[in-house]
Design a protein. Structure first.
Length: 241
C-alpha cells in the first residue's frame, strides 16, 4: 500500500495500487484563517466529502496493474527489487523494496493528470533510505472520462503507463538509490518551480535540482524524490532550466 487514505486521498483498486488525490471542495485558506480550528475542520470535511464522491465514481474503473508493469520493466533493466505486496521484512532484507502505483491527481475544472510512480525503500533503522520516482503520463482526462472509460481509452492508459514505468526503471537502473539524495555524477542546477501535478489548486513555489529535459518532460529532484513532469504542467520560476 502506498499510503493510508485521508481526506484528500483514496485508493481506486482492491490492490491499493491506484491512488487518487484531490483537494477541491473546501473553502480555501481564508476560511481557516477566519474561523480558526472550526474553519480547518470545515475545510477537511468538505474536501473529504468531495474526494469520496469522486472515488465512488472512479473506483474499479481502471483495470491496469501498476505492480506488474513496473516489475516487468525492472526485470528488463536488471534491477533487483522486491514487490512490497509479496515480501515481508525478512524477504526484503538487504534488497530494494518497491511500491509501484498509478497516481491520479485532480486539477482545475475536473481535469485529471496521471503519473506512473514507484516508492523505493532500502535498508533498516538509521540506514534506511526511501524516495519516490514519478513520471507524468502524456494524456489528461476529464473526471467524466475516467468514470466511463472506453476500451480504447483503457488501452491507451495501459500503454502510456507501461512506457512510464519503463522510463522510471531505466532511470533507476542508471543511478542506484543514494542515501544522501545526490546524483551519481555531475552538478545539478538549482531552480524553483510550480506544478499543478504536484500541488493542484494551490500553486506553491518549490525548489528542485534540474536533471535533464527529454522531449516535453523536465526531470528533476525535489522533496524526497525524482519527478518527470510535462512542460505544460510546470512553471519554472527561477534558474532558467
Amino acid at each position: 500500500m502506498v499510503e493510508d487514505e485521508r481526506h484528500g486521498t483514496r485508493h481506486l483498486d482492491a490492490a491499493k495500487s491506484i491512488v487518487y488525490s484531490q483537494n477541491f471542495g473546501g473553502g480555501g485558506a481564508a476560511l481557516g484563517l477566519l474561523l480558526g480550528p472550526l474553519g480547518v475542520a470545515a475545510n477537511i470535511s468538505m474536501i473529504d466529502s468531495n474526494t469520496e464522491a469522486d472515488a465512488v465514481r472512479l473506483r474499479g474503473k481502471l483495470t491496469l496493474a501498476p505492480r506488474e508493469l513496473f516489475l516487468a520493466a525492472a526485470t528488463q533493466q536488471g534491477l533487483e527489487v522486491v514487490d512490497d505486496a509479496a515480501a515481508g521484512a525478512a524477504g526484503a532484507a538487504g534488497r530494494t523494496l518497491a511500491t509501484p502505483y498509478l497516481f491520479v491527481s485532480k486539477t482545475d475544472n475536473d481535469r485529471l493528470l496521471t503519473a506512473a510512480a514507484v516508492r523505493l525503500e532500502y535498508g533498516q533503522g538509521a540506514d534506511q533510505w526511501s524516495g519516490v520516482y514519478m513520471y507524468q503520463l502524456p494524456s489528461s482526462y476529464q473526471l467524466d472520462d475516467l468514470a466511463r472509460l472506453t476500451p480504447e481509452m483503457q488501452a491507451r492508459l495501459g500503454t502510456e503507463a507501461a512506457q512510464g514505468f519503463s522510463a522510471l526503471a531505466a532511470f533507476i537502473a542508471k543511478e542506484a538509490p543514494q542515501q544522501d539524495g545526490q546524483a551519481k555524477g555531475g552538478t545539478e542546477k538549482d531552480f524553483s518551480y510550480k506544478s499543478d501535478l504536484l500541488t493542484p489548486r494551490i500553486e506553491i513555489e518549490m525548489n528542485g535540482r534540474f536533471i535533464a529535459r527529454s522531449g516535453d518532460l523536465i526531470w528533476f529532484r525535489s522533496f524526497g524524490g525524482v519527478y518527470a513532469v510535462r512542460t505544460s504542467n510546470i512553471k519554472v520560476m527561477s534558474g532558467g532550466v
